[in-house]
Design a protein around this ligand. Structure first.
Ligand SMILES: [Zn+2]
Ligand SMILES: [Zn+2]
Length: 364
């Protein structure tokens, strides 16, 4: 089985060394562990979707030349602003002098206003969590080139496509869909990496998995988003991590992900499992407490019982503030936080934990 490709121009028909075909006029490229996409229209115009890790600009420029000669893109589009998707955005936007389009709820993290909700190292498993000290902590600032995606769902520079809000992994996460042949570019709303077993790696068996757990700060919304994507009935899907999937296998696995989301995708324990981070167009409003109980331990060690009382009052105050925010968020135009649905009363605690063969899904 292989992925269909009908290159839109003669140059692209030559086999590209740096890209992989996704669908007619759509090519993917992997930078270290994350994908970005080149999307062209029949008239030869094109746009770049996501920009890889920092230091990828030259590689991206090279592939763009291979595919489109010296035609500059109409736009750069971002599924979200995590550092592995925006690595080359500043450099490329300046060099090509093109606008960068993102969702309003992603803007604070692209204009230096707010950092993302903190990642959740307690989701366990996988090198990404251990490598997290290397991750940049501060948001990038591309105030000069960033623009908002049009509210009508159209995609600047790509008339055959529309964008959909698919929050959960981040608040302003978006996916892109081409209706006529049902091609979906889903960013990190779900991913299609290969399985963890040796056989799966050898055979390059692709599997649908939930959004990368380490950086997902709203699991209820993430669940709604994969439901929304399944409803599109995609024929081909390419995501931020992993290789493209297509056909019945894709639909069957996506359907299973939606059905078993709370056991398969959501980590068995973690900071955001029962309560999302609350954010708005200005950035982070509040986050649930970290799950490592550092504060109570410190208090116990110091024997500051009275202080504990004060802390408890402060904590419950924060809880009621969060509930108030939650109520407010539901009434906001860009509200993305939704009540969790379909969560089993107890999420199995035997999944993932300390099992070297358990799935790791800790990409940013
Ligand atoms: Zn990612
Ligand atoms: Zn991400």
């Amino acid at each position: 089985m292989h992925t269909p490709m009908e290159p839109s121009n003669a140059r692209a028909q030559q086999k590209s060394k740096h890209t992989f075909p996704v669908a007619p006029g759509v090519w993917g490229m992997k930078t270290i562990f994350v994908n970005l996409f080149f999307i062209s229209e029949p008239d030869g115009s094109w746009a770049l979707l996501d920009t890889g890790v920092y230091g990828s600009a030259e590689k991206i420029r090279g592939a763009a030349e291979e595919l489109f000669g010296n035609i500059r893109p109409r736009a750069i589009l971002l599924t979200h602003g995590h550092f592995d998707h925006v690595g080359a955005v500043k450099e490329l936007a300046q060099e090509w002098s093109v606008p960068v389009y993102a969702h309003p709820l992603e803007l604070p993290y692209l204009t230096g206003k707010s950092s993302y909700p903190p990642p959740d190292p307690s989701v366990g498993g996988g090198g990404m969590a251990y490598m997290s000290f290397l991750y940049p902590k501060k948001p990038i600032d591309i105030t000069n080139s960033v623009e908002l995606l049009p509210p009508d769902g159209s995609v600047p520079g790509l008339p055959s496509w529309r964008w959909l809000h698919t929050p959960g992994h981040t608040a302003g996460h978006v996916s892109f869909f081409r209706e006529h042949d049902r091609v979906l570019l889903a960013g990190d709303a779900f991913v299609t990496r290969h399985g963890e077993s040796v056989m799966a790696v050898i055979t390059q068996k692709r599997e649908v998995h939930g959004p990368p757990a380490y950086y997902t700060s709203d699991w209820g919304s993430a669940h709604h988003s994969v439901e929304k994507l399944l409803e599109l009935n995609p024929r081909v899907a390419a995501t931020g991590h992993g290789m493209p999937m297509q056909g019945d296998e894709l639909l069957w696995q996506l359907d299973n992900l939606v059905k078993d989301f709370w056991t398969k995708a959501v980590p068995s324990h973690g900071r955001y499992v029962h309560e999302p981070a609350l954010t708005d167009e200005q950035g982070v409003i509040s986050v649930p407490p970290a799950t490592d109980n550092t504060v109570p331990k410190v208090l116990a060690a110091a024997g500051l019982v009275a202080l504990a009382g004060v802390a408890l009052v402060a904590y419950s105050k924060r809880g009621s503030n969060q509930r108030k925010h939650q109520r407010e968020m539901r009434n906001r135009p860009f509200s993305h936080n939704r009540p969790a649905q379909g969560m089993p009363p107890t999420v199995s605690s035997t999944l993932d934990e300390d099992d070297p063969y358990a799935h790791t899904n800790n990409y940013p």
